[in-house]
Structures are given as structure tokens and as C-alpha cells.
Design a protein around this ligand. Structure first.
Ligand code: TXA
Ligand code: MG
Length: 310
């Protein structure tokens, strides 16, 4: 076992591992992340190798607060306003990278921009404080697979290949952070829907653009992603013969539901664990009830569409 409860002693050990160039899985409020020293190219190269992640796909750099973020990126007032409102929390800001940043080129895949987020989970925050520097952390899963929302998910998928998994219990939000790019003129683009609903961001800085058609601006937006082995059938009113069914609200056909009361927050928190659970039964097809597109529903639907893509 690589897993340890996230005690203060284990967090101190995790910080030592990061300093030595090792890899530590840490809970965040969204999903578990695979953390490595953002300034250490060897450590970052290991993250890409362990995940089987294409090197053109940059990582999110995790920082303690806005002041630390300002050392790595030029943040327009709109980005600062978003950070003040939503950090610590499930929002990632992509902005022009500063030449002075200590973050290695590989973590940013050589781009002129950098993705930054201050996580809210106390274990991730304590690890950042103990380490004293930013860590890069993609979701702690193999590239293209379902993200982990428990330490057991990480242990099962990556346990043999990484140095430590800090167990901080299940993730409260359960889908990844919302990624918003803010350019030097302050214009915002929604690169990935996630834990902060679009409407809350637009209320602060106005309408968000969509990534240009065809251009992959966040490589995690590749069509097939977050994918279980089973086929997924979406917006299913009811299961067909031989299908397992994941319900939502009034669409309820048996044992499995994202939220019996139709609560999107509960549904997001359960989504990945439910997909893993049903995938592990060896089912050919998992049918999923219609999920409304508002609030966290936009992120849930986005992940389901990508998980269904083949
Ligand atoms: O909630 C989260 O964001 C989790 C936790 C661990 O913080 N992390 C996460 O990381 O989801 P990952 O690597 O699975 O997804 C990061 C996404 C990718 O789609 C990547 O392409 C995008 O962020 N990204 C990173 N840097 C970028 C940049 N400079 N420009 C555009 N997209 C970027
Ligand atoms: Mg990921």
C-alpha cells in the first residue's frame, strides 16, 4: 500500500517527497491530484510518464493564494476579481505566463500561458504550506480515464507507480475545476466547465466565449476523455434489456442514482465513483438519465459526453 491517512506527519513526509522530486497523490475538493514540484522538470516528466499523458497537454499549477499566483502569471483585473471571489476553490485561471515564473516549461507544455488554481481542500493547502512552493497536479488517473474521487481509486490505478497517496476521504465536489482563460485584454473563455457554475463567473466578468471551433485550447477538451470501458448511452429515459441504469431525480429505475432528489451537487460528487462502480461489473452498456444543463449540470453533461465518445 502506498496510501496513508493525511495526518500532519504524513503531510510533512509528502512535502519531503515533493522536494526530492517524487510524486504524491493528494485530495483536493474537486478530484484527487497527482502532485509534483512544478519547478522540477524530472519530476514533471515522471507525471507525464505515469499518466501516459501526451506532453502537449499542460498541467495545472497549484498555489496557496493570489499573491503566489501573481508571481507566475500576468493577471488582468478580471482574473484578479475571479481569484478573489472563488479562491481557494474549484476555479483554474489560464493567463499569460511571466518570464520570472519558476514553473518549468514542461509543466506548461511550452505554452506562453499558465494554468493556476488555489485549492480549498485542507490537505492540499497543508501540503502547499509544508512544501512552500507550487506543485503541478493533474488528476491522479491514467490519461483518458475517469478521474479519482477517493484514495482507493488512486491506489487501484496508480498505487504501484507513485510514492505516496494521502487519504483525505472522498472529494466533496467530485468534478474537476472550471477552467477560464483570461487574456491580456480581460476577455474570458470557458475552456472547461467544472466546479464553479458558468453563471457565477459571468455574473462577475460578463459572458464567456467558447474555445474556437476545432482549436484545442485546453487539450483536456479532447473528445474522448473521462472514459470508462463500458459504452455509455446518455439522456436515457429508461434502461433497455441488458443495460445498467444510472438515475437522476424522477428518472429512477432501481439501485443506482446520481441523486434521488435531483440535486446536481450530490450528482457531481457521486458521478465518477458511480461510473467506476458500474464499469467494474463488466457491463457492456451503462444508460444514464437526462441531467439538466444548468449549474453543475453543465460540467456533469460535459464529462458524460466525453466519457461516451469513442
Ligand atoms: O480540479 C482540477 O482541476 C484537478 C485537481 C487535481 O486540481 N486537476 C485537473 O487537472 O483536472 P488535469 O490535468 O486533469 O486537467 C488540466 C486541464 C487540461 O485540460 C489542460 O489541457 C488544461 O487544464 N490546461 C493546463 N494548462 C493550460 C494552458 N496553459 N492553457 C490551456 N489549458 C490548459
Ligand atoms: Mg484529468
Amino acid at each position: 500500500m502506498t496510501t496513508s491517512p493525511a495526518t500532519p506527519g504524513a503531510i510533512a513526509r509528502a512535502a519531503d517527497i515533493l522536494r526530492a522530486g517524487g510524486l504524491v497523490a493528494t485530495p483536493t475538493e474537486t478530484v484527487y491530484g497527482l502532485a509534483a514540484d512544478a519547478a522540477n522538470p524530472q519530476a514533471i516528466a515522471r507525471v507525464f510518464a505515469v499518466k501516459g499523458r501526451p506532453r502537449f497537454n499542460p498541467l495545472i499549477v497549484h498555489v496557496g493564494d493570489l499573491d503566489e499566483a501573481l508571481r507566475h502569471a500576468d493577471l488582468h483585473d478580471n482574473a484578479v476579481a475571479l481569484a478573489r471571489r472563488f479562491w481557494p476553490g474549484p476555479l483554474t485561471l489560464v493567463a499569460p505566463r511571466r518570464a520570472e515564473s519558476s514553473v518549468c516549461e514542461l509543466a506548461c507544455a511550452g505554452l506562453a500561458s499558465i494554468a493556476l488554481r488555489a485549492p480549498a481542500h485542507h490537505v492540499a493547502r497543508d501540503l502547499l504550506a509544508a512544501f512552500g512552493r507550487p506543485f503541478a497536479a493533474p488528476s491522479a488517473n491514467r490519461s483518458g480515464h475517469v478521474s479519482p474521487t477517493t484514495a482507493a481509486h488512486v491506489e487501484a490505478e496508480l498505487g504501484g507507480d507513485i510514492d505516496l497517496v494521502l487519504d483525505g476521504g472522498p472529494c466533496a465536489i467530485g468534478v474537476e475545476s472550471t477552467i477560464v482563460a483570461i487574456d491580456s485584454a480581460g476577455a474570458g473563455t470557458l475552456l472547461r466547465p467544472g466546479g464553479v457554475p458558468r453563471a457565477e463567473i459571468e455574473a462577475l466578468i460578463g459572458p464567456l466565449a467558447s474555445p474556437r471551433d476545432g482549436a484545442i485550447e485546453a487539450p483536456g477538451m479532447l473528445q474522448s476523455h473521462y472514459a470508462p470501458r463500458a459504452r455509455l448511452r446518455l439522456d436515457a429515459e429508461a434502461p433497455r434489456a441488458g443495460e445498467l441504469y444510472i438515475g437522476f431525480g424522477a428518472h429512477d429505475h432501481g439501485a443506482h442514482t446520481l441523486s434521488r432528489v435531483g440535486d446536481l451537487t450530490e450528482a457531481a460528487a457521486r458521478l465518477y465513483a458511480k461510473l467506476r462502480e458500474l464499469d467494474a461489473t463488466g457491463a457492456d452498456t451503462i444508460a444514464v438519465a437526462p441531467i439538466p444543463a444548468h449549474g453543475l449540470g453543465e460540467a456533469i453533461r460535459d464529462r458524460l459526453v466525453r466519457a461516451a465518445a469513442r
